[in-house]
Design a protein around this ligand. Structure first.
Ligand code: AOF
Ligand code: ZN
Length: 381
């Protein structure tokens, strides 16, 4: 099937962007489904809008059609994803669009699902004019990385670090420091809601005793799994990350962690996953990520600390970088955000880690209180 070229590309793009924006309102509520939005336009007027609000619930098109009622007849449907043509938890959107009298469909991303995909061809068969996909693979992945971009052997990984102007993540080793302000912290709560897993390294777990739960206004339908990297079994079973664990808190460790420690973690509802030790006292990150993918984690947010973040960056395992810059200087006692980078001897030709690539801002930096929130992705992906 060949998509029909659009007569009004700028207008189509504009309504499609609105559909994408609406889809984002499903953040935290729809995974593992993608976020999808829909706008219905008749004679240049929006007659209905909707988005996939909750996993298992009605799809975006159905919500928009029910808002529009009879006004949907003769309208164009802008949908951020190719309308599904399968009987899943709900009947096919392709049929609903046809039955409502939609005459044209403009869609953003292609649905890669073997059953759900192919809706564009089905619509064309019904005599509906179809334009799409209007979004590139890269754009589609940015919107729904778990759905469009998750590799087979690891999750799609986002790293979030809050640093001072001089690139420190705390004022002193072992000291819990306030780096970012309340507005940024609220945004982190929102961010967590959209991920399958939230991960921190041993030092962060020991220093901050984080809960890694989601406590903002956006409540995830399925709370993200909490992941602690603890190669040697140093984090006590009393850690807050094990509160209400019920198998949803995962401890990644190596053969060197003591059996009594493992039992104490399991007694609190934690799950132990053993992976290979790569260098002294450190887990193989590649194996760690593979194990997490095996636990169904398709999107992972790593919240530090500096050692884990650096290792991920060094091994080019970061797909998105949320960097929160706080207007503070912490001085030379502060813990560097990028420790292992500083340690590599530059220009020594010793075969050490090379340059870590260039990054692109994928949206305008956001000012949150006094902090600057940057969202970056590796250049050339
Ligand atoms: C659409 N519109 O709003 C969404 C779609 O289990 P189900 O029935 O909810 O189907 C989920 C699949 O449908 C999902 O994997 C994806 O392929 C597609 N999602 N399709 O037409 C929507 N959310
Ligand atoms: Zn559908």
């Amino acid at each position: 099937m060949k998509p029909t070229p659009s007569e009004h590309p700028a207008l189509d793009r504009q309504f499609l962007e609105r559909a994408v924006e609406l889809g984002r309102l499903g953040w935290g509520r729809v995974q593992p489904n993608p976020m999808v939005g829909c706008v219905l336009v008749r004679n240049g007027v929006v007659v209905g809008e909707g988005w996939h609000e909750e996993y298992g619930g009605p799809h975006a098109e159905i919500v928009a059609l029910s808002k529009a009622g009879p006004d949907a007849r003769g309208a164009t449907a802008y949908v951020s994803l190719e309308p599904c043509r399968h009987h899943g938890k709900t009947p096919p959107c392709t049929e609903a669009l046809r039955d409502a009298g939609i005459t044209r469909v403009v869609f953003g991303a292609q649905d890669p699902g073997p059953d759900s995909g192919g809706g564009a061809a089905a619509l064309a068969d019904y005599g509906v004019e179809v334009s799409g996909p209007l979004l590139s693979m890269e754009e589609a992945r940015r919107e729904n990385p778990g759905f469009h971009g998750s590799p087979e052997d690891r999750p799609w990984v986002a790293l979030k670090l809050a640093t001072s102007l001089d690139g420190r993540i705390s004022a002193r080793a072992g000291l819990r420091s306030t780096i970012s302000g309340p507005e940024s912290n609220e945004r982190v709560q929102w961010l967590r809601a959209g991920f399958d897993g939230i991960m921190v390294g041993t030092q962060t777990a020991l220093t901050d005793d984080p809960r890694l739960s989601v406590r903002g206004d956006t409540r995830p339908l399925t709370p993200p799994k909490r992941v602690i990297l603890d190669a040697r079994g140093q984090v006590a079973a009393s850690a807050r990350v094990l509160d209400d664990a019920d198998g949803t808190t995962l401890f990644l460790t190596t053969a060197s962690s003591p059996a009594p420690w493992r039992s104490s973690i399991e007694a609190r509802g934690g799950k132990i996953l053993e992976v290979r030790e790569e260098e002294e006292g450190r887990l193989s990150l590649v194996e760690t990520l593979r194990a997490l993918r095996g636990e169904g984690i398709r999107t992972l947010l790593c919240e530090g600390g500096g050692v884990v973040g650096s290792k991920l960056l060094q091994q080019r395992l970061v797909d998105r970088f949320y960097l929160v810059l706080a207007p503070k200087l912490l001085g030379s006692d502060g813990v560097p955000a990028f420790p292992s980078h500083g340690a590599s001897r530059r220009g020594s030709g010793d075969g050490g880690p090379g340059p870590l690539g260039e990054w692109t801002l994928i949206e305008d930096p956001l000012r949150l209180g006094n902090d600057v929130w940057m969202v970056l992705e590796p250049k050339g992906v």
